[in-house]
Design a protein around this ligand. Structure first.
Ligand SMILES: [Zn+2]
Length: 269
C-alpha cells in the first residue's frame, strides 16, 4: 500500500481513475483540512498523491479553495513536484479550445486570498521571477508535443478572482497586454508551492475564448464544464504521461528556494 508520494496532482475529479492501488489518506494541516481526502496510489511505478482542487463534490468555488491546506498536505505526504491541470480561457484568437498551454509567467489579479504561509513571525521573501519549475515545464512540453497536442510552450496566465468571468473590457485589456490565457485557480496555488520549495507546473487546457476575443455572448459555466468533460480522457492520459516522464531527482532551482532564508516553522517532511 502506498501512503507517500513525491509527485502530487491538483486537479479535477475526473482524474481519480489515474491511480492504481489507490488509498485514501486523511491529512490535517495547520491551515485546516484540504479540499478533500487525498488519494495516494501509483501511475506506473511512480507513487502519486491526488487532491481534487474543488473537492470531490465540487463544493469549493475558486476563491474558497483551501489552497494553503492543499499544498501543505501534499508536502506532508512527501510531495515535492506538483502538476496542476486546469481549465482556462484563451486571450488570443489563434489559440482555440482543445489547446494545451504550459505557461511560463503569471499575473495575479486575485484579491482577498491568503497568498502566503509566512504571515506571522519574521519576513520571508521568496523569488517568484520565474513562477514555474523549468524542468516540469520542459517535461510537460515534450510530453504534450510527442502526444500530438496543439501546444503553446510558454505564455502568461492571468488569474482573476472570480467566480464571475471577465468583462469584455477586462478581457480586451488582458489581451492588449500580451497575456495568453485567463483562469481562476493558478494563484495563489503556484506561489504557495514555491514557498514550500516544491516544483509547480501548470497544464492549462483551453476550453473557450474569453469574452474579449469572441464575438458571441461570452462564455457560460455550462460550456466550460461540457468542454472539460469531453476532454477528461485526453487530460488524464497527458497527466499520466507527464508523471511517468518527470525525473526522479530534482536538478531544478526549486529545492533551493528557501536556502539562506529564516523560516519561522519546520516544513512538513
Ligand atoms: Zn522544480
Amino acid at each position: 500500500m502506498v501512503t507517500r508520494a513525491d509527485i502530487g496532482v491538483i486537479g479535477g475529479s475526473g482524474l481519480y481513475s489515474l491511480l492504481d492501488d489507490a488509498t485514501e489518506v486523511e491529512v490535517t494541516t495547520p491551515y485546516g483540512p484540504p479540499s478533500d481526502v487525498i488519494t495516494v496510489g501509483r501511475i506506473g511505478s511512480r507513487p502519486v498523491a491526488f487532491v481534487p482542487r474543488h473537492g470531490r463534490d465540487h463544493r469549493f468555488p475558486p476563491h474558497r479553495i483551501p489552497y494553503r491546506a492543499n499544498l501543505w498536505a501534499l508536502r506532508s505526504l512527501g510531495v515535492r513536484q506538483v502538476l496542476a491541470p486546469s481549465a482556462v480561457g484563451s486571450l488570443r484568437p489563434e489559440i482555440g479550445p482543445g489547446a494545451l498551454v504550459v505557461p511560463d509567467q503569471i499575473i495575479d489579479r486575485t484579491s482577498g486570498r491568503t497568498q502566503t504561509f509566512y504571515d506571522s513571525d519574521g519576513v520571508v521573501h521568496v523569488s517568484f521571477a520565474d513562477p514555474y519549475c523549468p524542468i516540469g515545464r520542459a517535461t510537460a512540453v515534450a510530453t504534450a508535443r510527442s502526444g500530438g497536442w496543439p501546444l503553446v510552450d510558454g505564455g502568461t496566465l492571468v488569474v482573476i478572482e472570480g467566480p464571475r468571468f471577465s468583462s469584455r473590457a477586462e478581457s480586451r485589456w488582458f489581451s492588449a497586454n500580451g497575456w495568453t490565457i485567463v483562469g481562476m485557480t493558478g494563484f495563489p496555488e503556484s506561489v504557495l508551492a514555491r514557498e514550500l520549495a516544491m516544483c509547480y507546473t501548470s497544464l492549462s487546457l483551453v476550453t473557450d475564448h474569453d469574452a474579449g476575443v469572441e464575438a458571441g455572448e461570452g462564455v457560460t459555466h455550462e460550456e466550460v464544464l461540457a468542454f472539460f468533460a469531453t476532454n477528461v480522457t485526453r487530460m488524464r492520459s497527458l497527466v499520466a504521461d507527464v508523471v511517468t516522464a518527470l525525473p526522479d531527482e530534482r536538478t531544478c532551482p526549486c529545492p533551493g528556494t528557501l536556502d539562506g532564508l529564516k523560516i519561522p516553522f519546520d516544513l512538513p517532511e
